[in-house]
Design a protein around this ligand. Structure first.
Ligand code: HEM
Length: 320
């Protein structure tokens, strides 16, 4: 496994050094950059201070187990996973509904940023309404905006906390944290895999990551899973994450793009606990796109401006 340099550092934060190796993810001398803990309820700072994602040590272990407990284990048995299949089916059915609108459909806004949020919210026991995905998106857009106040995100968070029963505690933060972590990353996974499926393009083209051209994969009976595997290997949606020295000092960016995709879901104590869920949700969305015979309207696409994410800004398709 060889890590690649990130090439799109145009919105790089001050003081962040580029290009640290993945060993930092398992090095006890490094941790996720800490966030202020003594912050008021009703704010995004409260969410950051209560989720596993920005925690270390004992608090991280406690908050992570709240998240994994709420998520439920998938892929732990050798046989077919009933729960993963149920998530995939729910995502497929919801995507089919959304694709049945007449005319062109913008897959990122209408499917990739809606279906995972709705299906995951339902599986976590939250009420799902026409507002749910938008609220999660509002919170997700401010999740990494440390130190900033974003009133619309604070209001959306307050509504999601109400949907969770109205208690501002760590169990509530864990459920909302799952939805927020899933939001951009799973949209990116769907978008990047859909782009591959709809163009047959060589993944990673134009990213400057230095990938060797992939030989065409052996087709299997599960085209959606083939495309997801290919996207995770060659065009993963999460490209980097920050770590800071435990004894203080500036954060560095750890690149997650590798020659074999082995870091697409991270590594170490913070490795993604939603991997199997993300794959199931994305597979269901792709199943529906493939079954409808959708075609891309504009093969040249743009990506969201982000250092750490690679998410198509828009993917317009016509189906049927
Ligand atoms: C159902 C969808 C998903 C859920 C529920 C989910 C949930 C989470 C959670 C809760 C964490 C924080 C864990 C911790 O700090 O202990 C996390 C981390 C992570 N997730 Fe996911 N995730 C999802 C989809 C994805 C996807 C599609 C990707 C990329 C392919 C991804 C990549 C990552 C990475 C790289 C980390 C580690 C970040 C770091 O170490 O700083 N996730 N995820």
């Amino acid at each position: 496994m060889r890590t690649m340099d990130l090439d799109d550092v145009d919105d790089m934060e001050d003081g962040v050094r580029e290009g640290a190796g993945p060993d930092l993810l398992t090095d006890p001398g490094w941790r996720v950059p800490p966030v202020p803990e003594d912050v008021p309820e009703g704010t995004m700072a409260w969410l950051r201070a209560r989720v596993a994602r920005f925690s270390s040590g004992e608090a991280h272990a406690r908050r992570r187990s709240l998240a994994t407990g709420a998520l439920g284990a998938l892929g732990v048995s050798d046989g077919p996973d009933v729960n993963a299949e149920a998530l995939r089916d729910a995502a497929r059915v919801r995507t089919q509904e959304l694709l049945s609108a007449p005319g062109t459909v913008e897959v990122m806004a209408r499917v990739a940023r809606v279906v995972p949020a709705e299906v995951l919210a339902a599986s976590l026991g939250l009420p799902v309404t026409a507002d749910t995905a938008g609220l999660v998106g509002e919170v997700a857009s401010a999740y990494h905006a440390h130190g900033e106040t974003v009133p619309a995100a604070d209001r959306a968070l307050t509504r999601l906390v109400a949907d969770c029963g109205g208690t501002w505690d760590e169990a509530t933060a864990a459920r909302i944290g799952l939805l927020v972590q899933a939001y951009d990353a799973t949209a990116g996974l769907i978008g990047n895999a859909a782009y591959l499926a709809l163009t047959g393009a060589e993944a990673g083209a134009g990213t400057g990551t230095g990938h060797a051209p992939e030989p065409p994969p052996e087709p299997s009976a599960d085209l959606a899973t083939d495309r997801l595997d290919q996207a995770l290997r060659t065009d993963p949606p999460v490209r980097g994450t920050l770590r800071a020295p435990v004894d203080g000092g500036d954060p560095v960016r750890v690149g997650l793009v590798t020659s074999d995709g082995s870091l697409a879901f991270g590594a170490g104590a913070h490795a993604c606990p939603g991997q199997a869920h993300a794959r199931a949700l994305a597979a269901g969305a792709l199943d529906a796109l493939l079954a409808r015979g959708c075609r891309l309207v504009h093969p040249d696409i743009a990506y969201e401006p982000s250092v750490n994410l690679r998410v198509p800004a828009a993917l317009e398709v016509v189906c049927g």
